[in-house]
Write a protein that binds this ligand. Structure first.
Ligand code: GFB
Length: 314
């Protein structure tokens, strides 16, 4: 178990996942947290990361820092998604090993699994088939991070574990119209249409793909749970089991917000992988399960977001 006064470094604490992990740790009474913004510490800079780890010597590390985005961002900034995420993973994991971090949790994504993997996807399906092209760079970087954890466990006995979450949403999400993920993007477009009496909202693709969603507070709870209780090198899936088509997600948000308009499908935009439902049997067998349903989670985000600020920023 993490000692209450243990020094815990949360890489990426300003992001949606990192900030949720910090909230969860504080709620559980962990206050010896080391937090650095990307301006204070560029995790792609090996020298800077080495100096940081030699100075701070954290006991536990959550690797929640990454360059992330939705299908359009992944497919547009392919080099950045590969390079940035490779460097972040390599630097943080290697320097954690050099200073003898007690335990590290690396966060990947469900997009590491093959595009047409059998559903639901088990951890052992990794590398059994080609990846979804739109996010292959990001997936390769995350697979490299996961393999770093696994090989440092094998060769050095490092207690470095990795978790593969499904699509996430929640507070501090990215609502940018182009670089965001689908749930915040649709929530923003529908709320804007509702406030401005716009009768149709654009959905990218066919609306047919299925996606599983997990609220980031549930993810944070699972990450702390795994840091406390998980002692195996095999990466582990974190999902909700709640799957919905993109079209039905739009209608769910329409129902929650009371939007009266309708939708049209821009099939010039890619669908991406048809489905990526995680098999979370291993996590369930450890005794963890999510608490926030998709409807209540979306409603909570919709009510808590500062929409005026988002619409002003364009
Ligand atoms: O969430 P999303 O961008 O990423 O797209 P992925 C999910 C589905 O929603 C795709 C559709 O079929 C999109 O075409 N979609 C419909 C929209 N309207 C919109 C919209 O307005 N914005 C967006 N963004 N999508 C990502 C990976 O894949 O999943 C990342 O690229 C990461 O690397 C993330 O793994 C969790 O779920 O397709």
């Amino acid at each position: 178990m993490m000692e209450k006064d243990a020094k815990i470094y949360v890489a990426g604490h300003r992001g949606m996942v990192g900030s949720a992990i910090v909230r969860r740790l504080k709620a559980l009474g962990y206050h010896n947290l080391v937090l650095k913004t990307s301006k204070e510490l560029d995790l792609r800079d090996q020298r800077a990361v080495r100096a940081f780890f030699e100075k701070e010597q954290p006991d536990y590390v959550f690797v929640a820092a990454a360059k992330v985005g939705g299908i359009w961002a992944n497919n547009t900034y392919r080099a950045e998604f590969l390079y940035d995420n490779l460097m972040i993973a390599a630097n943080v994991i290697h320097e954690s090993y050099r200073v003898g971090v007690k335990k590290l949790l690396f966060l990947g994504s469900s997009c590491i699994y093959p595009k047409h993997a059998p559903q639901p996807m088990k951890e052992e399906y990794l590398l059994t088939g080609p990846l979804e092209p739109t996010n292959e760079p990001y997936a390769i970087a995350k697979i490299a991070g996961l393999k770093l954890c696994e090989t440092y466990w094998d060769q050095y006995g490092a207690r470095f574990i990795s978790a593969m979450p499904t699509n996430l949403y929640g507070p501090n999400d990215n609502f940018d119209l182009k670089t965001s993920h689908v749930l915040p993007a649709l929530l923003r477009k529908i709320e804007y249409a509702r406030r401005n009496d716009i009768d149709k909202v654009e959905i990218w693709g066919t609306g047919k793909p299925l996606r599983e969603f997990l609220h980031v507070d549930d993810l944070a709870d699972a990450c702390v749970f795994l840091m406390q209780h998980y002692e195996e090198k095999m990466w582990i899936n974190i999902g909700s089991g709640e799957e919905i088509s993109i079209r039905d997600l739009a209608y769910l948000i329409k129902d929650i917000t009371g939007y009266q308009g309708d939708f049209y499908f821009n099939t010039d935009m890619p669908d991406g992988t048809p489905r990526k439902l995680l098999d979370c049997t291993r996590l369930q067998n450890l005794g963890w399960k999510p608490r926030i349903s998709l409807r209540e989670g979306i409603e909570q985000v919709w009510r808590s977001v500062d929409w005026d600020a988002i619409f002003e920023n364009g």
